[in-house]
Design a protein around this ligand. Structure first.
Ligand code: SF4
Length: 65
C-alpha cells in the first residue's frame, strides 16, 4: 500500500493512478483490513507510523472517486 502511494506521488499519477495500481495488491493485503493493532509498528526498524499512513492512503485512494 505504501508503494502504491509513493509511486503515485513520485510520478504525479495521483489517486487515480494509485487506484489503478491497487489491482496489484491482493485483497488480503489492503489497507482497509488494518485493525490498527500496532503489531507492525512495534517491528518496524524505521519507526514508520504505519497505522496513520494506512489511514491516509485510504483517504488518498478515495480522492476524486
Ligand atoms: S496495525 Fe499493522 S499489523 Fe496491525 S492490522 Fe494494521 S497493518 Fe496489520
Amino acid at each position: 500500500m505504501l508503494d502504491i502511494y509513493n509511486e503515485a506521488e513520485i510520478y504525479a499519477g495521483g489517486p487515480a493512478a494509485a487506484r489503478f495500481c491497487l489491482r496489484l495488491v491482493s485483497e488480503s493485503e489492503r489497507a482497509e483490513l488494518c485493525t490498527q493493532c500496532g503489531a507492525c509498528e512495534e517491528l518496524c526498524p524505521q519507526k514508520i507510523a504505519i497505522v496513520d499512513w494506512l489511514e491516509k492512503i485510504q483517504q488518498y485512494l478515495a480522492v476524486g472517486e
